[in-house]
Design a binder for this molecule. Structure first.
Ligand code: SF4
Length: 412
């Protein structure tokens, strides 16, 4: 059961209450470079990003926000640290939401109050973002204590801080984060401002999970989930999936960002995959493909990757399977809306559980994408399967008895 939170609105996107859990990202361009920033936001919109945050480190970045907002379709959030004047200018520029960490604002509460009054006047939302890194969490003594690591005779490592000590430290930090967030909220409430969501991020998965759980028990403000500084594409996707899934499975979370040291467009499919896996959103393609093994009869890895890439902009819920051989291929393909089950140098195409036809491997892309397009609305179908069909091929010829990795010629 999803935890019931109060609902706020960021532009035309509702967060909290019974609204779908929304997916957001943050640009990596210099915000003052309007052309590059807008271009990146457009790429993010194309793959399903629903809210976008931009960094506002200086006034040059604040004064271009109205221009950026005019040119994009999704709500614009300004991310401000330290200088409250930047937040005030961003609000004047017409942004939909401001993200601040009151803990690092110059003049603390006084600055927060100025921003709250400006946000209230324009009826825009605010995220109170508390990061573990900005909390003086550990006792000074504990901070000074060096963790000793010893190599045991059996080759394993023994840490001088046992699991129990780490757990207590984590709980202490999480509690400090929650206390701080609740204090900031109370400052806003004293000004009768409630248009708030909250994040309690940490780069340590279990600390973030602990903080979000504790906050959720004590408040019904909507939560923006994230594991901050999670890492590169694989590391970050795994850490985010673990942390966010633990919370989402508890019913906690109203909007989320998967933070990756990668192009921000890479964050969106990871976020939607997490939500689809937990059956919280069903937007886009649920993709099923086998890892391939020594039984494989087609180049399933290349074909699966190419099909998935070409379907990245599809928003209609649809299940597509690409499978390597007869062991699990027909079963999974039959269960999908469209499936390809590999055989020796050829593949059987399924549509809605029925065999449609058998095609040679140089027609896999054409056949799968044609069937997918036939199930999509016209605008999406045109993108997936342009007039004239797909001439490209994917992968190499690969069968057990004829050899492998022989480049295929494009279809005539
Ligand atoms: S479907 Fe066939 S090729 Fe793919 S992993 Fe299973 S057994 Fe291997």
């Amino acid at each position: 059961m999803r935890k019931k939170t109060r609902q706020i609105h960021v532009g035309n996107v509702a967060i909290g209450g019974d609204a779908p859990i929304s997916v957001q990202s943050m640009t990596t361009t210099y915000t003052r470079d309007v052309e590059s920033t807008v271009a990146q936001i457009e790429r993010l919109q194309d793959v399903g990003c629903e809210l976008i945050r931009v960094a506002v480190p200086e006034m040059e970045d604040a004064v271009v926000l109205s221009e950026i907002k005019k040119r994009i379709k999704i709500p614009l959030i300004a991310d401000v640290h330290y200088n409250p004047e930047l937040a005030l200018e961003a609000i004047r520029q017409g942004i939909d939401k401001v993200r601040i960490n009151p803990g690092n604002l110059l003049q603390g509460r006084k600055s927060l109050e100025k921003i709250v009054l400006a946000a209230k006047e324009r009826d825009i939302a605010m995220r109170i973002g508390v990061n573990s890194g900005s909390i003086d969490a550990l006792d000074k003594a504990a901070q000074m204590q060096r963790v000793q690591v010893r190599l045991r005779d059996d080759g394993t490592l023994e840490r001088s801080d046992p699991a129990e000590a780490r757990r207590l430290e984590r709980e202490h930090l999480a509690e400090r984060m929650v206390t701080r967030a609740l204090e900031y909220i109370s400052w806003c409430e004293e000004l009768d401002y409630h248009n708030i969501d909250v994040s309690l991020k940490s780069s340590t998965v279990l600390t973030a999970v602990e903080a979000y759980r504790r906050f959720s028990e004590r408040s019904d403000y909507p939560l923006h989930l994230g594991i901050t500084e999670a890492g590169t594409l694989v590391t970050g996707a795994v850490k985010s999936s673990v942390g966010l899934s633990m919370l989402l499975a508890d019913g906690i979370g109203d909007t989320l960002r998967v933070s990756l040291s990668a192009e921000p467009e890479e964050e969106i499919p990871v976020a939607f995959e997490i939500l689809r896996s937990l059956e919280l959103r069903n937007r886009g393609v649920t993709f099923v493909s086998c890892p391939s093994c020594g039984r494989v009869e087609i180049d399933v890895i290349s074909v699966a990757n190419e099909v998935e890439k070409r379907l990245s902009k599809v928003q209609t819920p649809i299940q597509v399977a690409v499978m390597g051989c007869v062991v699990n291929g027909p079963g999974e393909s039959r269960d999908a809306d469209v499936g390809l089950a590999g055989g020796k140098g050829k593949g059987v195409i399924f549509r809605k559980g029925q065999v449609v036809r058998t095609v040679p491997e140089n027609q896999f892309l054409d056949a799968v994408l044609k069937e997918v397009a036939s199930l999509l609305p016209e605008a999406e179908a045109k993108v997936v399967y342009p007039e004239g069909g797909i001439k490209d091929t994917a992968g190499t010829h690969r069968t057990r008895d004829e050899g492998m990795n022989i480049p295929m010629l494009p279809r005539a």
